[in-house]
Design a protein around this ligand. Sequence first.
Ligand SMILES: Cc1cc2nc3c(=O)[nH]c(=O)nc-3n(C[C@H](O)[C@H](O)[C@H](O)COP(=O)(O)OP(=O)(O)OC[C@H]3O[C@@H](n4cnc5c(N)ncnc54)[C@H](O)[C@@H]3O)c2cc1C
Length: 462
Amino acid sequence: MTQPMDLPQRLTSLLGPSAVIAEGPDLEPYAVDWRRLFPGRPACVVRPASTDQVAQVVRICREAGAAVVPQGGNTGLAGGAVPDASGTQVVLSFNRMAAIRSVDPVGLTIEAESGCILKVAQDAAAAAGRLLPISLAAEGSATIGGVVAANAGGVNVLRYGMTRSLVLGLEVVLSDGTVINGLRKLRKDNAGYDWKQLFIGSEGTLGIVTAAVLRLLPRPKHSVTALLSVRDPAAALRLLELAQDELGDQVSAFELISATSMQLVAKHAGLRAPIAEGEWFVLIEAASSLSGLREAAEAMLGSAFERGLALDGVIAESGAQAAQLWALREHVTESEAREGKSVKHDVSVPLTEVPRFLAEAGEALAAGAPGARVNAFGHLGDGNIHYNVLVDADHDASVVNRIVHDVVAAFGGSISAEHGIGQYRVGELARYRAPSEMELARRLKHALDPDNRLNPGKVLLA
Ligand SMILES: Cc1cc2nc3c(=O)[nH]c(=O)nc-3n(C[C@H](O)[C@H](O)[C@H](O)COP(=O)(O)OP(=O)(O)OC[C@H]3O[C@@H](n4cnc5c(N)ncnc54)[C@H](O)[C@@H]3O)c2cc1C
């Protein structure tokens, strides 16, 4: 049996020195998460260049009794991609497995290795005149493997669904090193269990994704982006209903931004909304391949003003202006990070309950955590609000978590709409999911990873 201390040497002799980082400052970026909340200490970082090498790494780590922590772009917001502080866990990075294997504009598929950056995959699809609709502010660093393992959402879920709805096939390495090749490009495949679903969204705890086939869509030729201010979230919801009545399924994004978010973006990113100030803002995007979209969108906005649903607004006149409007939304997370300590909640409630949820969570916080500032924004079209709470550095985050998550639970909501559980919410999940659901999850974990070697301590506590 290889001793954990010999592990870096053994991996180095297998993969070569450039594939293993065992010490020094180069380890640091792999050891701590994007928010720098969970500093870890890896035994080493290993960077395999092929699926076979991933399988060999998993077998060697298993022999040595070492846990493996898969890592893509390390942009996850739940501390899922970093090791614990024991110095015994091996980070398996995909940054040498980044190839796009094929783009098929007729079959509407893209096949890519796990380390392929999401933006690179989007661009490859665009170059073929097709659309890979997974889109999020971290797309310049997030990877295909990370997006699949996290079942990422983003701004286009309203129209295209979560990542899960776009995955056609996966290649996975199991905890014993077995490679399962399910890289099928089929739209219809009911031949037995659809096992790939187990790995999508399981955050590297059930298996390691080495490559994926994703579904593409025809690329819309026209798009319209508008920023509006609204009186309150209830008006925003009525605006969503109007947009869906008038523009149908062409509405691809419907984002809610609070005045606090706009203020943070102005302060830390120097970006300002080109419309009159208000308490709440809505960013809408619609896209279509047929002409007439802009006229339909202008008519829809006209009735929004007539009905008093919108207070002020602007429609982007060019792609550059649309990008400027999106930049306001995309800089919220980063600007909030610069402001200081925030307690993050990535929650969802039934769509029609969002206004009541926001009101009740605000009241509960005012009573239980006086002085805390709410920074709420997110994917209103999906009932998903990033309900983040800005507090002093010494404020107990668990008190704030409890207040917000109890309100979420009272509305039948989820404590993680799209960011996953990782280590950040592992205790909270056990509190808010029924014991029978937790037991089912444990049985799945035990069946696929009986020795708890794949990303232990994430999603489920041992
Ligand atoms: C500014 C910003 C904005 C964001 N916006 C959104 C958003 O709108 N919607 C959203 O859903 N998320 C968002 N995120 C979170 C994050 O970008 C996504 O979760 C993304 O999918 C993570 O990809 P990654 O490659 O960085 O994965 P990592 O952070 O490296 O890993 C995420 C999880 O997946 C596991 N994992 C990684 N690769 C593999 C693999 N090949 N096989 C098995 N497991 C693996 C890791 O162990 C970890 O548990 C945002 C993050 C930032 C920083």
